[in-house]
Design a protein around this ligand. Structure first.
Ligand code: NAI
Length: 256
């Protein structure tokens, strides 16, 4: 039996991941703004600290963290939840992970990570400068480029995984760190867009594989998370596994 922390556990992908671990007999501690076991606002530094405190109180060791909490709003707060909310929480949970058995961490990026985006915003995230990132985010919104904020947050997260996974603090302690990059998954996050014919058409175009044209089943994301989080995964770390019906391959082609 493993102790699993799942953020964003109240809805969508996080809820499905939490349910899957529970169904296999593992202990899940869900973190969300409401509806989880630990209620914390991961958009705020004090909320992240509170979550770490509460989790440290509840568990002596953590074997799995799956960071699903995220926002897709074209607003600066999306950077705080999708990037800083993940990176700060994981930094705070490292001591618990080091005490875990075969510790595994999976963060949820997105196929949006391969979209062309606002490079300065990605850099501010990777520099771990939240003030600067929020400031650039506000300026992007003013310039009518708020739509790029989501992609920037997910690209920064995927790059953070890549530069962090092989370090002494992670690989050196046997902690695998990977990302999944979902394509279009029908959850409350995209429900409104999916409800309109134009939105449905636009979203469907983003899934090239004919068999799955339309949204990807959330179960496909869960299986990939479970594979990466399994103790038997002793070799995959630092990767983003796109579960996107071919969207990454279509967008990036064969570029290395
Ligand atoms: P969702 O909206 O159903 O669930 C997101 C969860 O995160 C919610 O329970 C929400 O309360 C929580 N959350 C948001 N802000 C928070 C905060 N400040 N503090 C704590 N929790 C917070 O969305 P979905 O689709 O399940 O998304 C999960 C992850 O998957 C997100 O990171 C999203 O960006 C990513 N993703 C989703 C895709 C999709 O098509 N649905 C595609 C690619 C990535």
């Amino acid at each position: 039996e493993r102790t699993c922390v799942v953020t964003g556990a109240a809805s969508g992908i996080g809820a499905a991941v939490a349910e899957s671990f529970r169904a296999s007999g593992h202990t899940v501690i869900g973190v969300d703004v409401a509806g989880g076991d630990v209620h914390a606002d991961l958009s705020r530094p004090d909320g992240r600290r509170f979550a770490v405190e509460q989790l440290t109180r509840r568990a002596a060791a953590v074997d799995v963290v799956v960071a699903c909490a995220g926002l897709a709003r074209p607003e600066p707060v999306t950077l705080s939840v999708n990037y800083f909310g993940v990176v700060d929480l994981l930094a705070g949970l490292l001591p618990l992970l080091r005490r875990g058995r075969s510790p595994r961490v999976v963060v949820v990026s997105s196929v949006a990570a391969v979209h062309r985006t606002l490079d300065s915003l990605v850099q501010a995230c990777l520099d771990h400068d939240e003030e600067a990132a929020l400031d650039l985010g506000r300026r992007a919104v003013e310039a009518g480029k708020g739509i790029g904020i989501y992609a920037a947050s997910k690209q920064a997260l995927a790059r953070w995984v890549r530069r962090t996974a092989s370090t002494e603090a992670w690989a050196g302690h046997g902690i695998a760190l990977n990302a999944v990059g979902p394509g279009v998954v029908l959850t409350p996050m995209i429900a409104a867009e999916w409800a309109s014919p134009a939105g449905r058409e636009a979203l469907s175009r983003q899934v090239p594989m004919p068999l799955t044209r339309g949204p990807i089943d959330v179960g496909q994301i869960v299986r990939t998370v479970r594979f990466l989080a399994d103790p038997d995964n002793t070799a995959v770390t630092g990767q983003t596994v796109y579960v996107d019906g071919g969207a990454d391959a279509q967008l990036r082609g064969d570029r290395q």
